[in-house]
Each structure stands twice: as C-alpha cells, then as structure tokens.
Design a protein around this ligand. Structure first.
Ligand code: CAA
Length: 411
C-alpha cells in the first residue's frame, strides 16, 4: 500500500519547524542575507527546540528521528531561509559517517558533543582539485604508531569556520585511487586553520570556509570504518543526506511559488490581476507541479532509507529534480514580479540566488545525472564483496576519471 499520510509525530515536527522558520528565521532572513550575518542566535534556539542533530540516536543524546521526518524539517527550514537551514543541518552531514562507521567510543564522544551543547561539526571532502572527482583528493593521513598525521586543505566547507570537529577524508594509500581513501574524526586544535571565508552569491548566512590540516595528529581510533574504505563511506553518507538537501530545495521552491502566487493576485495589469493572464497562470501552475513532484521524490528517497533499503538512485532523482526545480521556480518567480523581482526590496531575488547552490553542493546536478545513468544502465551490486585492487584496475579507474564529463563542482 502506498500511503502519504504522515504520523501525528511527523505532523507535529513539521509544525514545529514551520513555526520556527516563520517566527525565528523569516523576520531576519533578508537582513542576514544582505549582511552575511552568522546566525548564532538562531543556532542556539534551533538546538534548544530540537531542530538540530535530528538523526543522532537516543543513545548519544539525539532524538533518533527517521529520514522522512528530517526531510519535513528541512523543507520548512528551506522555506524560511535555505542559508540558515544549511547552517542548521550541516551537523547531519558531518555526523552521518560517524553513525555509519564510528566506534562506540567515537560516537559517544563526538555525537555527544553536538547533543550536549549547540556545537557544530563539518564534513571535509572537497578540495580545490577534487570536487566532483572525489578520488582526486591530495590530503594525506599517515599512520605513525597509534596516531594518524593529517596534512592538506579542504575547501567549500559548510560551517568550517565555527566547527568543533571535522569528518575528514584523506588518502591513506596514494596509489590506490578511490580504494586508498579513509575517513577520520578530527577535533579542532591549533594545527587546524581556517584559511578563507567565502563571499557567496547566495545562502549568505551560511559559513563556507577553507580548512587546512597542518601536521594534525589524531588517535588511530578516530578512523571511521576500515582503512581505505572511506570513499564508500562518503558515498553512503551522501545517500543519507541528499534526501534532506532535496527537502531544502523543495522549501526554496515552495517559498518562491507562494510569493509569486500572492503577487500575481495583487498586481494588476491590463485591468486584471496578472494571475488572470494565462501566460502568468501557467507559470504558477508549473511552479506548483514542480514543488509537488520534488516533494514526492524527496519523500520516496527518505522512506527507502527508513525501510532499510538502498536509495542511491532515488536520492539522486530527488536531489537533481528538486534542485533544478528550485532554480527554475525561483527564476520564474522573479519573472512574475517583473522588474520588481530584480530589486532587492522584493523577496524573490534572494531565493533565486539561494537556489543556485542547490544545483552545486552535495553533488552537482550533472553528478546526479551521472549516478542516475549508471544506476539505470549498469546497476551494480554495491553489497558484493570487494575484489582485490590490481594495478590494472587503478590504471582503468585513472583513465575513466580523465574521461569523466566536465561539471561544475562544489562541496
Ligand atoms: N554506496 C556505496 N558504495 C558506492 C556508492 C554508494 N552510493 N556509489 C559508489 N560506490 C562504490 C562503487 O561500488 C565502487 O566500489 P568498488 O571500489 O567496489 O568498485 C566505488 O564506490 C567507486 O564508485 P565509482 O566507480 O562510481 O566512483 P567514481 O570515482 O566514478 O565517482 C561519483 C562516483 C558519483 C562521481 C562520486 O565521486 C560523487 O558522488 N561525486 C560528487 C561528490 C560530491 O557530492 N561532493 C559534495 C561534497 S559534500 C558537500 O557539498 C558539503 C556541503 O557543504 C553541503
């Protein structure tokens, strides 16, 4: 049976997130966007009411919410302001590899840090030369006795300037391509530097930084999962988090659709509200369809996870469609507003700028299409045992990555 009815708990969570977005985020969102203000006060309040770290298990102090509930929350936060929403949700991205591959001690220590206080963590995958092509990373982790020593720079790191710990991907075997990457939890210390805060087109209330690890020593037990298995951990993490990102994108599209609908009923041209002109009414209709379809894909990608099924294909459908729809809907919302849409005094140009990153971070829309194409044309049994890496495999992988399609890249 397919049933789209939410449980009472899910409805309550959605209402909580909506009220929070309406009362705490919306009233300041456009000011924060203009000034690039760091939303610490909002982080504190969101943490207090339980809108952060929502997937952390109860054993580590979180509410252990299901993935569908997480998506409901992300849509509301994206509706309020996706920049602030991204700030509030980035702990989920950093935490997911721990929840999948961390030891009991690591989870207790680092997830506990997030649930005991409104602290932040960041996911450090992308590098200047390794965006879409994750296995091109150059950061290294070298085992020395009971420690690993990490060296390298990560860019486009959400909340990087404010994080207390980082999930860091690094090469533990430089010759083995994607089979030479490992993942670690790295606490912030003096060897971890914040080198650059980006000045961005949109989502200006979120912090995006370059983080450098200079001879950073961490205990060997901070390795997540097995050594050289970090690439798959990254991919599994993105399977977990892309539904939420899709939810955020649906929230942006819904906000733009609502603003445009209201405006089209008020703005009079040629003697009638512009909503009465079919040219505008059809744009509004397409916006409504995109919001609805984006939400359905988002929910499906989350429900598969909640059922314990692999969601790689549907997560990419959802992320690709919701992100591209957010871009299209916000561009159309500006069009409905006409010349006013281009003016900062009106709300929709911010949404258009914010929407752009949805097509870039957590895998560009082109990478989602790549995943979809591979999943539908050459489905792989991800759970099959790994073959031994041979020199020939590594050469083939290198040649394939050289032929990979050019895409825009962001972390
Ligand atoms: N789950 C488990 N394993 C997976 C997997 C998945 N979803 N996808 C791939 N794998 C496995 C494959 O089975 C393969 O295993 P073997 O070693 O056994 O062969 C291995 O991983 C390599 O897979 P591919 O051959 O598909 O790897 P690839 O190099 O061609 O890359 C890719 C695939 C889809 C392009 C991947 O690199 C990718 O997703 N790139 C985009 C990265 C990205 O999203 N970055 C965003 C960073 S986060 C962010 O944006 C942060 C923020 O601040 C918001």
């Amino acid at each position: 049976m397919v049933d789209f009815t939410l449980t009472d708990e899910q409805k309550d969570l959605r209402e909580l997130a909506h009220n929070f977005a309406e009362k705490e985020i919306r009233p300041v969102a456009w000011d924060y966007d203009r000034d690039g203000t760091w939303p610490q006060e909002i982080i504190n309040k969101a943490w207090e009411v339980g809108l952060m770290n929502v997937h952390v298990d109860e054993a580590y102090g979180g509410p252990g919410l299901d993935h569908l509930s997480g998506c409901l929350i992300e849509e509301e936060l994206g509706w309020g302001c996706s920049g602030i929403g991204t700030t509030l949700m980035a702990n989920g991205l950093a935490s997911a590899p721990l929840m999948i591959g961390g030891s009991e001690e690591t989870k207790t220590k680092y997830l506990g840090m997030l649930t005991e206080e409104p602290k932040l963590a960041s996911f450090c995958l992308t590098e200047p030369d390794a965006g879409s092509d994750v296995s091109g990373m150059r950061t290294t982790a070298v085992r020395k006795g009971d420690k690993y020593v990490i060296n390298g720079s990560k860019c486009f790191i959400t909340n990087g300037g404010y994080a207390d710990w980082f999930t860091v991907y690094a090469k533990t075997d430089k010759e083995a391509g994607h089979r030479g990457i490992s993942a670690f939890v790295v606490p912030k210390d003096d060897t971890v530097t914040v080198d650059k805060k980006e000045d961005k087109l949109g989502q200006r209330a979120s912090n995006t930084a370059t983080i450098t690890f200079n001879e950073t020593e961490i205990p060997a037990e901070n390795l997540l999962g097995e050594e050289n298995h970090g690439f798959k951990l990254a991919m599994q993490t993105l399977d977990f988090t892309r539904p939420g990102v899709a939810g955020l994108a649906v929230g942006i599209a819904r906000a733009a659709f609502e603003f445009a609908s209201e405006y089209s009923k008020e703005r009079v041209q040629f003697g009638v509200p512009i909503a009465m002109h079919q040219a505008v009414a059809f744009m509004i209709a397409d916006m409504a369809t995109k919001v609805e379809a984006g939400r359905l894909l988002t929910w499906k990608s989350a429900v598969l996870l909640d059922q314990g099924q692999r969601n790689t294909l549907v997560a990419s459908h959802a992320k690709r469609f919701a992100a591209d729809s957010a871009m299209e809907v916000t561009v159309d919302a500006v069009q409905v507003y006409g010349g006013y849409g281009f003016i900062k005094e009106y709300p929709v140009e911010k949404l258009m700028r914010d929407a752009k990153i949805m097509q870039l971070y957590e895998g560009t829309s082109q990478i989602q299409r790549l995943v979809i194409a591979r999943e539908v044309l050459m489905p792989r049994n991800i759970d099959a045992p790994e073959p031994e890496t041979t020199k020939q495999d590594t050469d083939v992988a290198a040649a394939q990555s050289e032929q990979a399609p050019a895409t825009a890249e962001v972390a």
